[in-house]
Design a protein around this ligand. Sequence first.
Ligand code: ATP
Length: 258
Amino acid sequence: MKDRSPLRRAAAGPAKTSALESATLHSAITPAGTPSSEAVRKAGVACVKRLPAYLQMLRVLHGEGQEYVSGTVLATTHNLEPVIVRKDLAVTGIVGTPRRGFRVADLIHAIERFLGWDGQTKAVLLGVGNLGAALLGYRGFENFGLRIAGAFDADPHKVGTWVQGRRVQALSMLVPFARRSSITLGVLTVPAPAAQAAAELLVQAGIHGIWNFTPVKLNLPESVIVQTEDLAQGLAVLSHELRIEHRSGAGKGADQAR
Ligand code: ATP
């Protein structure tokens, strides 16, 4: 299995990519209109991670009717060096106009194309608990071209109920549903002990990209791309940093009081 955790990948070097980035790899398009996975690979994880933030701002500007934006404005807003923003935008193939900057609409389109968010990725979700239901209800995925087309659960009491506008289906329906609906991505929100078997079921259904919200390190064929969002790990880092901050803050306060 390819573990695509961004942290681990960053440590391992730029050769490996996440599920999202990998989907991206195959959709990158050069100005000439030819797909350039090499260009995306070269862009690196950090660049790919910054693009959604630019996109969000650009969509706001577009909504406000702004026609052009400069790289400097994007840099200032995101607290980045202008040269970094320029390099990031260059990978999308967009070219700015001297003194005016970039056409907002064109830049939005270029970033969306680069990320593969201009089409639609269809997903299924396994495990309609609290987290699963929350993800099902999150409208923001539409902005990333992601549509959760089906929701599945092992609990017979949940099967047949409606959650966030989707009818919860039995696991036995997963394989035919995924094949019929050309599903490419699986969202895994089952409890940890059920994760491996549920992931294997997704693979059996022909799904090669798994967005894993369980803390389990899945053991799957090499061809399967897994992006793990370990919420406990993220929270642990945050809590730890908060404590360090608090301690140094308390230290400073104590020093000042003396
Ligand atoms: P959450 O963990 O999302 O807060 P929860 O506490 O309600 O929700 P969990 O025990 O974590 O429930 O399980 C999440 C969901 O996964 C439940 O709806 C459960 O029925 C479902 N589930 C458990 N095992 C499987 C499985 N093998 N395949 C699909 N769904 C499963």
